[in-house]
Structures are given as C-alpha cells and as structure tokens.
Design a protein around this ligand. Sequence first.
Ligand code: SF4
Length: 245
Amino acid sequence: MRDALVRELNQQLPLRGLAERLQLARALVSGQVVLTNSFGLEDQVLTHVVVQSGLEIGLVTLDTGRMFPEVYDLWRKTEQHYGVSIQPVFPEAKDVQDLVQAHGINGFYDSIEARKACCGARKIGPLKRVLDGAQLWITGLRADQSQQRGQAEWAQYDEAFGLIKVSPLLDWSRDEVLAFAQAHNVPVNPLHKQGFVSIGCAPCTRAIAEGEDERAGRWWWEQDTHKECGLHIGADGRLQRAGTV
Ligand code: SF4
C-alpha cells in the first residue's frame, strides 16, 4: 500500500503543474499532511500555493531559537499576508539546557558531533514530534540545490520520520522559484538579496559567492560537502531515495 502510493506519486507528480502536484499529494492520503516552512524561497512559494488552493495542509515551522531576526519578521508578514496561522514547534527546554551545558552556547563550531547534537535538539526532535501521526510531509527540496539533493525523488518513504515525503518543487530551478514568487507577490526574506541563498539558523548561515553551491553557506566551517542538518537524511547518512523503501 505504502510502496504503491510512493510509486504512484513518483509517476504522476512530474506530469503536473505545482498546484496540481499539491492537490494530488493531498488527495491520495486520508490522514494529516504537513508543510514545514523555514521561510526560504521554496517554502514560501509552497505556502502560497497551499493557501491559494485552499488545501487542507498544516503549515508548521520549527523555531530553533537561533533564527535571523529577518525570519521572525517574515513569519509575521506571511501570516498577515495570507491570513493564516503557522504552527510553531519549539525544542524541549531540557534538551537545549543539556546541549548548552555539554557543548557551550555556540558549541556547534567546535565539532561535527556538537553541531549534530545541536541540530538534533533544536530541529530533529521537534520535527519528529510535529510529524508524529502525519501521513505525508511536503518539503521544498529542489534537485539542483546540491549534488546530494540531486539524488532525491519526488516521493519517498522517510524511514527516520515514518511517513511519505514529497518534494513538489524537485524539478524547479531557483530562478523559476524566484520568478514565481515575484509574479505572485509572495513575501520573501530580504536576506536573499544580500547573497543568503539557503537560510538556516543565524550562526550557521553565511552569504555565498557567485558560482558556489547553494548550500555552501550552511555550516561553512565544516569540510564535509553533505550540507544537511539531518531533516532529509536516512540512517546511512545519505539523502533517502524511493528505491530504499
Ligand atoms: S543550524 Fe546551527 S544553531 Fe541551528 S540547530 Fe543546527 S547547529 Fe544548532
């Protein structure tokens, strides 16, 4: 059943426009569908289409406590613009206390282990809670964002979170997403104009230079080329693919 659904989504999604992709994903499952919005360009475009199409898809954001002030401004602006409420999900206070005690307030600069512990407490734990009970998760992944994301599928069963993950913007370029946002007056983060392409937590994000990989500004001090926080990573440390179902 689950595998058949993933297969159908992988067959049907590339044949449709963006709104129809979201409509199909919503229509094929009966349970809860969640769109996680980190207020990047892609998530904002998906939020626009979900709201304009009147789809019953929950809008959720993970507030790690370390976001840029511009992200909080955009969060408020987005809610006002669309007349919606975006559900915040916060880390557990004890997890953050234990993390800071063990690694220091900015311990993520010191080791990959400390960085992963921080992403685990501030992102992965809260995401697990919010996806618990949902049947389908909509994400803003694009295949050309990085070499690793080029392996992603339209739909795949995410073993870590126990649900089907769908990426309706998989074949869109950044220019296409930007053009859509401009054409439809979608609120976007002003930091994009300053070279911040992929925007995560403030201490872990920098602007990128011309020609750099879109994800190069994330955890830039790490040598590892797999710039992911764990939200889209399987147990083997690689981006999950439908073929692994
Ligand atoms: S991106 Fe940085 S601050 Fe945010 S959760 Fe990960 S390590 Fe912590």
